[in-house]
Design a protein around this ligand. Sequence first.
Ligand code: NAD
Length: 402
Amino acid sequence: MVEKRVDAEDGQAYTYEDMCAYYKGQYKKAAMNAYWETCRVAGKKGAAKAKVKAKAKAKVKASAAAKTAKPKGQFKVVVCGGAGGIGQPLALLMAMNPAVGELSVQDLTVAMVPPAGVAADLGHIERPAKVTGFAIDVSLPAKDQMKECLEGAHLVLVPAGMPRKPGMTRDDLFNTNAGIAKGLVEACSIHCPEAILGLIVNPVNSVVPAMATLYEKKGLDPLKVIGVTTLDCVRANKFVATATGKPVSATRIPVVGGHAGKTILPLFSQDRFGKTLTEEQIKELDPRTQDAGTEVVDAKGGKGSATLSMAYAGAKFANAILAGLGGKATTECAYLKSPVGGEDCPFFTSKIRFGKKGVDKIHDIGTLNEHETTRLVEVKAQLKDEINKGLEYAKDKDLAKE
Ligand code: NAD
């Protein structure tokens, strides 16, 4: 008799072939084999048959969705701060995405490298994207200089802003970067109000509530303004895969809460490999995920922060948004206006499904174990103040009408 094993995702039994057929395109062979090895051997025939049918249906649905997807090169993406440490590799990764037909690389006239140079460089890549550079004068309003850059954009990624320098307080960083973000968000509210804005600029925990509230005050959808926290998931996935010896491509740790220090909460218990970590490993990997940025700053001798891994994570986020807009709903963790954090934390990171119009579904955080429940209290205590700082900033400000 052919062996069947129980898929922990739904508790049903399948043959190896059934399981491979279902997960085809989602997991590579090595990841699939590793997953199979984690599944308990079972023998219930009836349940397996029913499930195979359900899965076959899901497959048909998936291929139907793929067939209705829009043609390649249909999206316009803008990278603000595109000549910076994150901006350049992020622009490269966006130029490589075949769904991107137009890419604007925007930065300041005083940037280290002229954005037109970055655009000329990327313009030689064998991909459909037409790449154009735009430089703005920092002494003039961004909105008056960015019409061409932004018009028709579907997605605007914002790694424009200062990284935290030694001696700089969190307040200094917030005031500087909120000012930069406000100018760019204001320009988007005028020239591409339907676009999704992915804010990478720190401190995300405060900048996103400030900018989403300004959008809402102007009568626009606050869910268009999204904080990019993908790097936390990327790091947690890598750390868990390394600790367990399992394939990183099949590791998916949701990281919820916020995007700074203790507000970063990896939910190891919700991943098939993460849930096998020992208490000792959790004690090491939870704080490591929170402080992973410092590892990079220290290794770069204080001469830079995470730029390449951030660009990778930013592109992962962008690819999820573009896949959703193109008709293939895709889920990633992100920080946005949300009911999930309760009254005290009206902005929260959880799993978000992105669809044809952007945010399609905000998932709840699911079941937590004891450690995660304790940590969630800590998350909310810190996040609440950081959100309030953003809301306070937006209180007496408005985005210009035109
Ligand atoms: P960087 O200094 O190398 O690049 C920033 C770029 O922004 C520069 O080219 C600068 O000229 C440009 N810029 C400044 N004001 C601008 C404006 N008004 N319009 C357009 N461009 C403008 O910094 P970096 O290392 O690329 O970091 C950028 C931001 O990303 C920082 O705030 C950093 O803290 C943040 N960051 C976020 C994450 C995350 O996970 N969300 C991770 C790492 C860094």
